[in-house]
Design a protein. Sequence first.
Length: 234
Amino acid sequence: MSKRLSTICVVISVGLIVIFLAVFYISKSQAAQPTVSWGSRGSGVIVLQRKLRNWGYYSGSIDGTFGSETYRAVVNFQRKNRLRVDGVVGAETWAALGYEGGGRDRTTRVSGSAGVSRSNNVEMIARLVHAEARGEPYEGQVAVAAILLNRVDSPSFPNTISGVIYQPLAFESVANGQFNLAPNNDNIRAARSAINGWDPTHGSLFFWNPSKPVNQWIWSRQIVRRIGSHVFAR
C-alpha cells in the first residue's frame, strides 16, 4: 500500500513540475518581444501595431510590416514618453508599452545599424533627398543622401539613419512635413547610389543653400564643394 502511495506521489510531483515548466515558458515567450525597427516583419510587429493602436498612436493596417506609418507612431510614442527617440523598439520601449524583455522572434531582421541594413532604409533616405534636394541635379541628390550616411558613420551624430533624420533641428524638411512626401524614382536611385558608395561630397557632414537664411556658424566649416544650389562642408 505504501509503495503504491509513493508511486502516486512521484507521478503527481512529476506532473506538477511539467505543468509549472510549461506555464513558465509560455509566460516567458509571451512577455519577451523582439527588437523591431524599420524594415522588420512578423508577429512582433503585429503585436507592436496592435499595442500602438490601443494607445491611440497608430491608425494604419495591422499587417506585420514596420514601414513609415508604424515608424512615425513609434517615434511619437517614444517622444511623448520621454524615451530615446530612434524609432527602434527595444526593451525600454516594449516596457513602456506594457511588455518586458527583448529577445528573438520570427520577425525578419537583417544586419546593419540598429538591426536594419542601409538597403532597407532606401525609402527613408529617398524621402529626405526628395524633401531637401528636390529639383537639384542628380549628383546633388546623391550628395544629400551621402551627407546622411556620413553622419551615421560619424561619432558626432546618431549612429542610425532614423536617428540622424529625426535629430532635433537637423533638417527643416522634417519639421515642416516635407519629409513625409513620397519620393520619385530619381530620389530612390540617388539613395541607392549613395548606399553603393558614391559620395560626391568627399566625406562632408553639412550642406546648406546660401540663398536662404542660415546660422552664420555653418560658414566656419571647411567647404568641400558646391553642387547645384547647395554648399557641402566638413
